[in-house]
Design a protein around this ligand. Sequence first.
Ligand code: TYD
Ligand code: MG
Length: 449
Amino acid sequence: MAKDKAQFVCTNCGAVTSRWQGRCDSCGEWNTIVQEAGPSAPVAIRTGRGRPVELVALAGATSTVPRILTGIEELDRVTGGGFVAGSALLVGGEPGIGKSTILIQAAAALARAGKSVVYISGEEAVDQIRMRAERLGLRDAPVGLAAETKVEDILATLEERKVDLVIIDSIQTLWTERVESAPGTVTQVRTSAQALIRYAKTSGATVVLVGHVTKDGQIAGPRVVEHMVDAVLYFEGDSGHQFRLLRAVKNRFGPAAEIGVFEMTGVGLQEVRNPSGLFVGDREGRSPGAAVFAGIEGSRPLLVEIQALVAETSLGTPRRAVVGWDQSRMAMILAVLEARCGLRFGQHDVYLNVAGGLRLAEPAADLAVAAALVSARCGAPTPKDSVYFGEVSLSGAVRPVSQTPLRLREAEKLGFSQAVLPAGAADGVRTGLAVQTVTTLIDVVADFV
Ligand code: TYD
Ligand code: MG
């Protein structure tokens, strides 16, 4: 018989290797590979014939997936119109960001609407959850609470009753008898998640798994279960800001990239129904280095201020620091500005920040980032009340992006008067904004020098 061999597993992505490595080949993270005991009960491969399953026709009675709406609009939007019965979701985010808070709020809302909701916490005692619910004004909601971490016991509890929604807070605290490793290890997280997902599929209940994102790689990250669940929602924003974004990064039953915006208050997370002007700073007395990006998040327009600081360096290698945007994308914009526009950054530290703790992924932000960098480098503010959007290519050309009318409409609604955008993008678009078109970054630089 084969001996149980130890295996090496990445706590970030779950990749398995045969030996220890400093860096995971699969996800590229450093120091995330740990040794774990192999599966304790190897599955014996039995020969023999399987039982044929019945195939059903694709064409036939269509059924719309049954969904349960929480009534928290920002949450329902991110899930694509409510939780789907029989599906499993992962809600990830850094500790303290508000995962438990939003889920207890959702649980209470559904319980009040007559759904059967169970909240299982492996992190807090029942009294602690009750105290939190009381503070949120949710004490009267008939949510079933339990503090439990053993998967077999959780499933036994759930099988006793009809359940519509189960919240497991968090997946990293769970353990199952079937594997020997400690809770929080990749094998435990994966096996426990599998059991709960199977429960969701067979019972028709929605299962929400909470997963902590950890930087140190001590416990397995939510990425280990990302591909197993139907939808993955991530909480963003930093604890220093009151705004929280819930973003769908994967959704089998709705649009991905949709966001919900919340504000953390003394009485829990409040919805921000119209967030588009939230991330734009003071528009009077603008200082150099700020440019407003007319972006789209999911299905909604969102205007965001991008801030850059360019200062002469005292170091041999100048510093580059980016918050809320892709570091290599900024390096590319800087290189294009140097190579195509003759603007030197080699002797300067460059800092870039997206307002409000937001993370931007749209390439359409390129032009606004370039404008902020040029404005900071030249010490001249961007024109008052103007917005920017457009993608920048390596040649320095500025390319049109999708949804120009929506971006312009939102900017106009928020009182902006000018838009700087790629040539051709606004052709045939009716707008009250003064439109300045640019074909290359050289046109942008010309505004500041
Ligand atoms: P929590 O939901 O416990 O975070 P997570 O489950 O993601 O770890 O959120 C905890 C933080 O939120 C904590 O720092 C306190 C803050 N908070 C409020 O500001 N107001 C509230 O009403 C609640 C419940 C929490
Ligand atoms: Mg929590």
